[in-house]
Ligand binder design. Sequence first.
Ligand SMILES: *Cc1c(COP(=O)(O)O)cnc(C)c1O
Length: 396
Amino acid sequence: MYKDYQKHLQSEIKDIREAGLYKDERIIASPQGACIKLINGKEVLNFCANNYLGLANNPQLIAAAKEAMDTHGYGMASVRFICGTSDIHKELEKKIAEFFGTEDTILYAACFDANGGVFEPLLGEQDAIISDALNHASIIDGVRLCKAQRYRYANADMADLEKQLQAAQANRFRLVVTDGVFSMDGNVAPVDKIIELANKYNAMVMVDESHSAGVVGRTGRGVTELYNKRGQVEILTGTLGKAFGGAIGGFTTGKKEIIEMLRQRSRPYLFSNSLPPMVAAAGLKMIEMMSATNELQDKLHANTQYFMEKMTKIGFDIKPTQSAICAVMLYDAKLSQDFAAKLQDEGIYVTGFYYPVVPKGAARIRVQLSAAHEIKHLDKAIAAFEKIGKELGVIK
Ligand SMILES: *Cc1c(COP(=O)(O)O)cnc(C)c1O
């Protein structure tokens, strides 16, 4: 049978290539950082990692991970509830809750798992999930696994959310779910207004802090800090794979009964291996560092502001952002690809996005700022943008 199936796959893959949607891996031969070395020996400045706080190659996190290997070994070889829970896991869960001002936390192998395992144990067919149209794929998949009735509202559109909440009034329980920061535009969800509407229409709120934790809010405590709503959101999910060190791991943090139920029923927690102790230990070190000083968040915020101001001044069309994601709008799909390729020749590593990842006619280059960037890195990127922008007629 495989011969037929092989032909089928080959033809599908050809279609993907012809549509210009084929994804190649770009191979890096150095640690992740502001300056990375590609497999061909070329060095480039990296502006497309989720390495917001520059911790992916941080010596203190590496030391904490090494130390935990010596004290706790390499792996747990068990799910959490059989024999895969170490003292480090419990400590990290507690510290994450303190960081966000929540009651308890449950760790997962990734945020994809946290989102995949959060809805089905908590809500049934009498209930309603009201989801932002631009929510992350893992939220969409998690919702699919749950029997609750589904409602969708246009991205960050509070009038539409209100309409959906009204439509869901006959349901038993209602949960509004949103990304904290939307990864393509860098816009922050209006969580203050979402909470207001949830209160008005008797609903709970869940925010995925993957792109906002460590980034958004004066001290990087995420969207609930930005809107002064700490402790007022029932469920937060997040990742250890972005600002929080960049390795792997996810979590759900929030009301203690919710976390307790997830420990009983959440399938990615019950049926998937425990985080390696070294990853949990580095996570603990990361929270400790962020509690001792606000240096990295301050630097990230300053870098973002610097980049946005200079780029706007040169004449680029930049989406307003409160995150570390800066969308340089080019609108045309081919232009976004040509621009990104030319930037790479200039030693600047970014990604151009176009339909269907973003709406038709809204192609862009997404720049992700980091506390790992120095002003000289930003200046080099801005100069390259200016040069290519003029060359391609995007700016005058
Ligand atoms: C990256 C991301 C995830 C997935 O996180 P992992 O820990 O890499 O699985 C989930 N939700 C959002 C909004 C994300 O940006």
